[in-house]
Unconditional design. Structure first.
Length: 299
């Protein structure tokens, strides 16, 4: 059993995923989708019941220092698995994929060596790391992504050059059904972001994406009063190409695509105190539920 009053090491996270998959073999299955630069496994959990059809993808830990995103994916996954029979029909009728740590090397490096590390751990000699959220190959050469390996937002030598982003992209492309929703958790700022992120453009279905985002934010507010702002992804952070969200929307043509920036609004930033883990996880849970329900209208 993992706790929600501290952040955990990769070993504990993977250990708990293994435990869950052994304890609940009928509804969940561990899937190793690939290996990181340093050779760590990239582990996802498939959660599905006999009535499960449409696919919903939830990931976290693209950015090493955003620990609350990892905790939140784990929390939602844990709630669904342990209380599967109690979940509403829109959740039980979906096939869920949870990837809590897309960047396992970076996550461990942030835990042991440099708390504010963001990128993966590829070695470029004088500098390390590709920003995995600039490495997806949709509009890859665009703005807001650096071509300098020493920068925080280095996009990598080419689109999907990194084993972490490539494993995710290849796995999602090979799914028997195209996902109806792609939800990627980050921190911080309390935003529910919908495409596009690569430029100040909005997709043709932006009204629907915005409305569902507003519904998600409204549900989060009911937990503890925290306000999440709904906006196109380019707005709060400036346009940045190569994000996983834009790839899901632009390349895979997933309908409901959201980057959710979890707590807080800057007081603690990436160093979100442990006493705020649980409430933030509950906000993530309810927002994901709202998006799941909305996605019933796809297909
Ligand atoms: O810049 C990012 O990658 C995200 N913000 S963070 O502070 N977690 O690094 C926002 C990504 C928004 N989406 C795109 N720009 N595609
Ligand atoms: Zn991030």
């Amino acid at each position: 059993q993992l706790t929600w009053d501290s952040y955990h090491d990769l070993g504990d996270i993977y250990g708990y995923m293994r435990t869950l998959s052994q304890k609940y073999p009928t509804i969940c299955k561990l899937v190793n989708i690939g290996k990181s630069v340093e050779g760590r496994g990239i582990l996802a959990m498939k959660v599905a019941g006999p009535k499960s059809q449409r696919v919903i993808w939830v990931d976290g830990g693209i950015h090493a220092r955003e620990w609350i995103s990892v905790a939140s994916v784990m929390y939602v996954m844990d709630q669904f698995i342990r209380y599967w029979a109690k979940q509403p029909a829109h959740i039980r009728s979906a096939t869920w994929y949870f990837l809590p740590v897309m960047n396992p090397d970076g996550y461990q490096y942030s835990r042991t060596t440099d708390r504010l590390w963001r990128k993966n751990r590829r070695n470029f000699g004088s500098c390390h790391g590709v920003d995995l959220n600039r490495n997806f190959d949709f509009k890859w050469t665009g703005v807001g992504a650096s071509n300098n390996p020493c920068d925080m937002t280095y996009r990598g030598p080419k689109g999907l050059s990194e084993p972490e982003s490539r494993s995710v992209a290849q796995f999602m492309e090979k799914l028997p059904r195209k996902p109806v929703a792609y939800i990627t958790l980050h921190s911080y700022g309390q935003y529910v972001l919908y495409p596009w992120g690569f430029a100040s453009a909005i997709p043709s279905d932006h009204r629907l994406l915005k409305q569902t985002g507003l519904d998600a934010a409204e549900s989060a507010k009911l937990i503890d009063g925290a306000l999440y702002t709904v906006a196109p992804a380019f707005q709060p952070f400036g346009a940045a190409a190569g994000g996983s969200d834009d790839w899901a929307k632009g390349h895979l043509k997933v309908k409901y695509v959201y980057t959710i920036e979890l707590r807080d609004k800057g007081r603690y930033g990436f160093l979100l105190p442990t006493n705020l883990i649980r409430v933030t996880c509950r906000e993530a849970l309810t927002m994901i539920g709202v998006i799941s329900k909305a996605s019933l209208n796809v297909q």
